[in-house]
Design a protein around this ligand. Structure first.
Ligand code: ATP
Ligand code: MG
Length: 583
């Protein structure tokens, strides 16, 4: 895409954690990142030690670790020392209830302090932690608990009664259910048990390859996979938080993601705390004024969010920003979906700096490709691989039966990574064949299509499943969506290919409009004309349908496969993670 790069002032480059990308990449080995964490004796480690205990031991116990903002706006603060006490109590509580190293502890909670305490306390006890979105219905809860063999669950009395109670006969491994409010029969009162538990706990010294976290993928392309991550991942969480998000000790940091999505764990718990920042947790759902109040009022330095939220802020317009000032805001980043160039540029106008897009997956555990504080941003590009990460564009060799790496600039192929970084998944639970299929000829295949330009920047094209083949052209939905996003009337857009006898497939766009625009024929023609001018007739959509909303996962991703299934009258497949829907 032809948008001009956004350059960084010398002062920003000089102050960033990484001042020179090429030098850092050339001299980097993962041992350097390993050296940034403490570790425990005999080569053992524990994520919770790196996130909490070591900061208290080094004299930072009085620093704010977590500020919780409740839905009603009240606040609760936890220093690192308080977080240590609470997580110790939690770990002791698990022990007293018979939960041992290796057991699986699940959480079904909104973004409340107990969720964060449970995550870290579970890790301290050497158990595996698995967070679920509290908005999940009974079936996604049941299947995820069954796949992971949940032994304990932390939830609320209301969620238990509405969603879990009836499932218990199906979940024989589920020995204990703790509720954070009033315990009903067959549940245990977490607060009382924690009040009785000791504040002293010796964090379990784990083998680096011991399982720490179980995370389900977003389910954008199909049935969610249960991804296994180990304690060693903390080396990458800490490193990537520092390099890709420019986290610095003492920063005020806000990750808007829920831990039910991997971003809310890797970068909503582990990376910030291991980097000793003070993190904000907001219990409430997205709200324009509330978000600006938090950014401004809390003096957020680093903000990590997602394209869907950015597009909603854009939709609200610049009026919502009037009279506001964000002098503390130093770095803004986005993940989860391709970030349209329009959104990057809007950020630059609205906040005086671009949104920094970065790319990764539940499987990779941490950020792999990013736009860095010290680097020029090319709007629409995911950026460049992290130091320590080798990324390639690959395709099947037409003459053989192996993968070949495409090195010529702009060649499109599957985005692949050389395995070997610490936060790489160690498996898909109970799905060995699906896991094995991800690896070939020394590469991990991501399932995403991308290009690399002559400067080494990577550009997302689309998911392999979403690629459109029309009259001999290969069309990535992102390019078409980004062109439509430039139009002043468009708030959000999802593009798919629909079968066509002559062209193979035709490009169809589903468009949601900004307030004040009517979905009439004039606007439809105007959008078609705009797209044709920007993309040429071969790539531009042939059809546009207006929608109030697009179907999205709970992690905010447009479910193009669902648009397509509905268009073709096919079964909808697994929709356990569907949040907002078309109307
Ligand atoms: P499933 O694997 O169950 O279909 P999912 O792939 O959406 O769901 P996640 O692991 O949450 O589950 O998402 C990772 C995917 O999100 C990536 O493979 C990519 O398709 C998309 N993605 C994440 N960040 C970006 C980005 N910056 N640009 C483009 N796409 C992104
Ligand atoms: Mg995926």
């Amino acid at each position: 895409m032809a948008t001009a790069p956004i350059t960084k002032p010398a002062s920003v480059r000089a102050a960033a954690n990484m001042t020179d990308y090429d030098t850092l990449c050339a001299g980097f080995s993962w041992d350097d990142a390993q050296a940034l964490i403490d570790g425990l004796s005999d080569g053992r480690m524990n994520i919770a030690h790196e996130a909490v205990d070591r900061h208290v031991a080094s004299g930072h116990g009085e620093q704010l670790a977590l500020r919780w903002i409740s839905k009603s706006g009240s606040q609760q603060d936890f220093t690192y020392a308080a977080l240590q006490t609470e997580t110790n109590r939690f770990a002791n509580m698990l022990r007293s209830q018979g939960l041992q190293k290796g057991d699986r502890v699940y959480a079904l909670l909104g973004r409340v302090p107990e969720l964060y305490i449970a995550a870290l306390g579970t890790l301290k006890a050497g158990c595996t932690f698995c967070p679920l979105f509290s908005a999940f219905g009974p079936e996604p809860i049941r299947s995820r608990m069954e796949i992971g063999g949940a032994n304990a669950l932390i939830t609320t009395a209301r969620l238990y009664k509405r969603k879990v109670k009836a499932l218990r006969p199906d979940l024989p491994d589920l020995r204990k259910v703790f509720v954070i409010d009033e315990a009903a029969e067959d549940t245990l009162p977490l607060t009382d048990l924690m009040a009785d538990a000791s504040e002293e706990f010796t964090t379990e010294a784990m083998n680096p390859e011991d399982t720490a976290l179980l995370h389900f993928t977003s389910g954008t392309t199909g049935k969610p996979k249960g991804v296994v991550h180990v304690h060693q991942a903390v080396v990458a969480h800490n490193w990537t938080g520092r390099i890709a998000l420019d986290l610095r000790a003492g920063d005020t940091y806000w990750c808007t993601a829920d831990p039910g999505w991997v971003t809310g764990t890797s970068y909503g718990i582990v990376a910030p705390l291991t980097n000793r920042v003070s993190m904000i947790v907001d219990e409430a759902e997205f709200d324009v004024a509330r978000w600006y109040d938090i950014l401004e009022g809390e003096g957020v330095n680093v903000w990590y969010t997602a394209p869907t939220a950015i597009r909603m802020l854009m939709k609200a317009g610049t009026e919502a920003l009037q009279g506001r000032d964000f002098p503390a805001l130093r770095f803004m980043a986005s993940v989860g979906e391709p970030l349209n160039p329009e959104a990057v540029i809007w950020g630059n106008t609205a906040f005086g700096q671009p949104f920094h897009d970065n790319w990764w997956q539940t499987e990779t555990g941490g950020i792999m490709i990013a736009n860095y504080a010290a680097m020029d941003v090319k709007p629409g590009s995911m950026g460049r691989p992290l130091p320590g990460i080798e990324a390639g564009i690959v395709e099947m060799d037409p003459e053989g039966d192996s993968l070949r790496a495409l090195t010529e600039p702009q060649a499109m192929g599957e985005l692949a990574l050389r395995p070997g970084w610490p936060s790489m998944m160690r498996g898909y639970l109970h799905e060995q064949a699906r896991y094995d299929k991800c690896f070939r000829d020394g590469w991990y295949l991501t399932g995403d299509l991308a290009m690399r330009d002559a400067d080494g920047y990577f550009w997302f094209v689309g998911r392999a499943d979403d690629l459109i083949k029309s009259a001999g052209h290969l069309i990535g939905p992102f390019e078409v969506e980004s062109a439509l996003m430039e139009h002043e009337a468009v708030a959000e857009v999802g593009v798919i290919g629909i079968p066509d006898e002559t062209a193979g497939e035709l490009v169809k766009a589903y468009v949601a409009l900004k307030p004040g625009y009517e979905p009439d024929e004039d606007l439809r023609l105007d959008l078609l004309g705009h797209a044709r001018k920007r993309l040429g007739p071969a790539v531009a959509p042939k059809e546009i349908a207006f929608r109030k909303n697009l179907p999205k996962t709970r992690s905010g991703k447009i479910m193009r496969r669902l648009l397509k299934a509905r268009e073709l009258g096919l079964p909808e497949g697994d929709i356990s993670t569907l949040e907002s829907d078309e109307t």
